[in-house]
Design a protein around this ligand. Structure first.
Ligand SMILES: *Cc1c(COP(=O)(O)O)cnc(C)c1O
Ligand SMILES: [Zn+2]
Length: 412
């Protein structure tokens, strides 16, 4: 057996295809590998795949397939995802007080967020297991992504959303792709509790980031970033944190890349939370002793999460990468978002946590001016148009009668 499931706390192992999201001991499961799985999984092979016409090679996820569980090509569901751009902007580097600040923009995925990378692997696993119905709780992007991949795979999907707290474009995607949408009169954490209970009773296959296959897919954000940089890793990787799936996946990806000899040193992770939804930040400040769930409130709805399910994994990855956790206010988030939008790059509010956080860590001297930084932008600008139009500073739409002299007068 080359790949299997393993508990991150008690180390008990399970069959890779066991239908379980948690260990008997209550802790989280991860996909683990025997070293023989990766004998023939090197940089050269991955680099060569970028030049072929093979369906799987052309996916920014499945190019790394040896490191993502164990699949027959026929069960792989791909749209294809990944292959996201890296941006540099003089003005944004200046904004953060850095010289070398790049952005890996995960909004350039098929449904507009990084969730597609994890979803591609989780839905492929569902197909491999012969599942017919998949589901999730979501602040919006997971449901849009799930709906797309389930539709593509011919599976039924059910998504649970906090009523009134999800941007319209994300709901529209879920509806359009054909998911059954259920609005829960509560917050994300209530929806999460509910869907876990339903999944335990076997009514659906859960593809939230508690599902270890989601995190395997999200590792490829880092692997592809390292490949983009010619395997010369940055000093820091900065990422927003909500349910902490990315923080967990990024640390695992970096450790595995290092163990395989793809990179010579390990970048440090910086996870940035919105101040109104920052239980991980508070725990970090408290030496990671425990996590106190909180009532979350922030304009960054994608990270409006008060009880992150991946806390145990994320804590270990922050330690393993000598990482840090920071928090930023809604005002800092929106100022950073405006700057990203004005640089022609654009992102949704939650994504701007990474620029706001990079700036804050630079201001505090934790990130040095000359250090190389990659900030991950998690979602596309069109994901939350309400936030743009409600922003009094950004939106100044002039209204005028259809009269050319009046229009000219206005522009003068
Ligand atoms: C899901 C999501 C996040 C939060 O990521 P986690 O892995 O849950 O920490 C951040 N930004 C956007 C746009 C998201 O959709
Ligand atoms: Zn266990």
């Amino acid at each position: 057996m080359a790949a299997f499931l393993r508990c991150v706390t008690c180390q008990e192992s399970l069959d890779l295809d066991a239908l379980a999201y948690q260990c008997r001991c209550g802790s989280l499961l991860e996909v683990a590998y025997d070293s023989d799985q990766w004998v023939d999984f090197g940089r050269e092979k991955i680099d060569n795949r970028r030049t072929t016409q093979n369906r799987l090679d052309q996916s920014g996820v499945w190019r790394f397939r040896e490191g993502l569980g164990a699949f027959n090509d026929s069960s792989i569901v791909s749209l294809p995802e990944g292959n996201t751009p890296i941006f540099f902007s003089e003005s944004l580097a200046h904004y953060a007080g850095l010289i070398d600040l790049k952005f890996k923009h995960e909004g350039y995925n098929p449904s507009g967020s990084f969730k597609d990378r994890g979803m591609s692997v989780a839905i492929s696993q569902a197909k491999k297991l012969g599942i017919t119905t998949v589901g999730c709780a979501s602040t919006g992007n997971t449901s849009a992504s799930l709906a797309a991949f389930a539709a593509h795979a011919g599976l039924k999907s059910v998504v649970f959303l906090p009523a009134g707290k999800v941007s319209l474009s994300k709901i529209a995607q879920a509806v359009g792709y054909g998911a059954q949408c259920v609005a829960i009169k509560g917050d994300f954490d209530d929806a999460m509790k509910m869907v876990q209970e339903i999944a335990r009773e076997g009514l659906l296959y859960l593809v939230n980031s508690i599902n270890p296959f989601r995190l395997e897919g999200q590792k490829t954000i880092i692997w592809e970033m390292l490949q983009d940089l010619n395997w010369d890793p940055p000093d820091w990787i900065v990422v927003p944190g909500g349910n902490l799936g990315n923080t967990s996946a990024f640390g695992k990806a970096l450790r595995e890349a290092y163990a395989m000899g793809w990179i010579a040193n390990l970048p440090r992770l910086a996870t940035i939370q919105a101040a109104g939804a920052s239980p991980f930040y508070k725990s970090y400040k408290d030496g990671f002793a425990s996590l106190k769930p909180e009532k979350a409130e922030t304009i960054a709805t994608a990270v409006r999460i008060g009880n992150p399910v991946n806390f145990i994994k994320a804590r270990a990855e922050i330690s393993a990468t000598r990482g840090v956790v920071e928090s930023v206010t809604d005002a800092e988030i929106m100022t950073a978002k405006r700057a990203i939008d004005r640089a022609g790059i654009g992102c949704e509010p939650s994504s701007a946590c990474s620029l706001a956080g990079a700036k804050k860590l630079r201001d505090q001297g934790i990130i040095k001016k000359t250090e190389r930084v990659v900030a991950v932008l998690t979602g596309h600008m069109l994901k939350d148009t309400e936030a743009i139009l409600a922003d009094g500073v950004a939106s100044k739409i002039l209204e005028v009668e259809a009269d050319s002299s009046k229009v000219k007068g206005l522009l003068r």
